[in-house]
Design a protein. Structure first.
Length: 64
């Protein structure tokens, strides 16, 4: 196995640094995804809350 890895240019340090880079990118993506999700939540609230308030205001004047 070591001969095959050496033939394609991998060494143990290269593999460890690749794994470390993978976890760092996943970590960064995780917090960026939370930030992205929070922004979409706020955008949805900015759109939905006024529509809900208007529907409540105009819906309350109708007799049931």
């Amino acid at each position: 196995m070591g001969v095959v890895l050496a033939a394609i240019g991998f060494d143990p340090w290269n593999i460890l640094s690749s794994i470390q880079l993978l976890f760092r990118r996943l970590w960064d993506l995780g917090f960026d995804a939370i930030n992205w999700l929070w922004r979409y939540f706020l955008l949805g609230a900015v759109i939905v809350i006024p529509i809900w308030l208007l529907s409540r205001m105009f819906g309350a004047s109708r007799p049931r």
